[in-house]
Design a binder for this molecule. Structure first.
Ligand code: PLP
Length: 391
């Protein structure tokens, strides 16, 4: 497979497999081998692969109108902005469409800085974020990301971020200074190892932000749109943020991100403050509208909640430490290397991925069934038994 790498920057440690097609819960490689997909393109393919209604929406829209730029309105963009605000229950919400999760977060950070300029008092520009967080790989979102190992080669990073331990509201409060304008958090840290905070955490952050006149920026790029068993992760505790960012599941694999703000934050960015040529294009917005319609019609949010409980229980029976919310689940494997589990599962036709040296994540499409969960747990059980024996 080495020749495949000749002209690709070596930024990924790709698995030695070449996928050629997908259908529902399954991917097929160039040899025709079928894999049960519990990675879902890293929590992206909420509807699984090649969903007919998304394919139809893309085909139809791309035969009518693909791109106009943001100099004009298009119907899918307007309809999607309305739909997202309706799902959030934010009558005063406004959306900026981006092309990825990192870009959606860039927008949220700019919203916070601009919003703070519109307040009276000193110039405030600093965002408090959490250690272990992941917000993207652009320089600004890398600076927001609480994983110093990912920064090292790229310093100096843009200033304006401080980090505190996750799930520690008093630490957030203690980090507030005269230049703080916002707090940026994931409701569940995904890339950081699937860390679910205590139920009090997000409501405490909301209270702290209200008390100190800060914006609460909620990065739901991974958790949003049903993944945690609610439409949005913040809904578990009803701790409404001021700004939410979405991406991954929104396009079911097509590149789209969204930054949605409400209240004063929604009015912060005005003409000339922010832009992207491709953002909110008709094809990706038509795809996203189809995705949201299917999630709603097939009640996939409830399925995610129910299958999440089922999968966690079954995984727990294997005797390892299991954590997560909805269909964002991790198994902590103790002394077993996650990379060996990922490889052995793949050889047996199951895709999972590692989010730590000994932590494996399972984030299947929201369409997953009990039978799929049973099949995945059965393969994992065999793999772990083999590795326990040989390890
Ligand atoms: N924020 C969170 C919580 C994420 O999990 C990710 C990606 O994994 C991002 C932001 C970055 O999204 P993207 O890779 O689309 O830029």
């Amino acid at each position: 497979m080495n020749d495949l790498d000749a002209h690709l920057m070596q930024t990924y440690r790709r698995q030695p497999v070449r996928f050629v097609r997908g259908e529902g819960m399954h991917l097929y490689d160039s040899e025709g081998k079928r894999y049960l997909d519990f990675v879902a393109g890293i929590a992206v393919n909420a509807l699984g692969h090649a969903h007919p209604l998304v394919a139809e929406a893309v085909a139809k829209q791309s035969s009518i109108l693909v791109h106009t730029s943001n100099l004009y309105y298009t119907e899918p963009m307007v309809a999607l902005s309305e739909k997202l605000c309706e799902l959030l229950g934010w009558a005063d919400g406004r959306v900026f469409f981006a092309n990825s999760g990192a870009e959606a977060n860039e927008c949220a950070i700019k919203v916070a800085r601009k919003w703070s300029r519109m307040q009276s008092g000193p110039h405030r520009y600093e965002t408090i974020a959490a250690f272990g967080s992941f917000h993207g790989r652009t320089l600004e979102t890398l600076a927001a990301t609480g994983q110093p190992a990912k920064w090292e080669a790229f310093t100096p990073l843009p200033p304006g971020f401080v980090h505190v331990p996750f799930d520690d509201a008093p630490a957030v409060k203690a980090a507030i200074t005269s230049i703080t304008c916002s707090v940026l958090l994931e409701p569940v840290q995904g890339e950081g190892g699937v860390i679910v905070p205590s139920p009090e955490y997000l409501p405490s952050i909301r209270t702290i932000c209200d008390g100190a006149n800060l914006l609460f920026l909620d990065d739901e790029v991974q958790t949003g749109l049903g993944r945690t068993g609610r439409w949005f992760g913040f809904q578990h505790e009803d701790a409404h943020p001021d700004v939410i960012t979405l991406a991954k599941a929104l396009g079911n694999g097509l590149p789209i991100g969204a930054c949605v703000a409400r209240g004063g934050a929604a009015e912060a960015l005005t003409y000339g403050d922010h832009a992207t040529t491709m953002g909110g294009g008709p094809v990706v917005c038509a795809a996203a509208l189809a995705v949201l319609e299917v999630i709603e019609q097939d009640d996939l949010v409830t399925n995610a909640a129910q299958m999440g409980v089922y999968l966690k229980t079954k995984l727990g029976d294997l005797g390892y430490d299991v954590r997560g919310q909805g269909l964002l689940i991790a198994i902590a494997l103790g002394r077993i290397a996650a990379s060996s589990v990922v490889e052995a599962c793949r050889l047996r036709g199951l895709l999972v991925n590692e989010v730590g040296p000994s932590v494996v994540r399972l984030c299947p499409p929201l369409i997953v069934s009990k039978q799929d969960c049973d099949a995945a747990v059965s393969i994992l059980g065999k793999v772990l038994t083999d590795l326990e024996v040989t390890g």
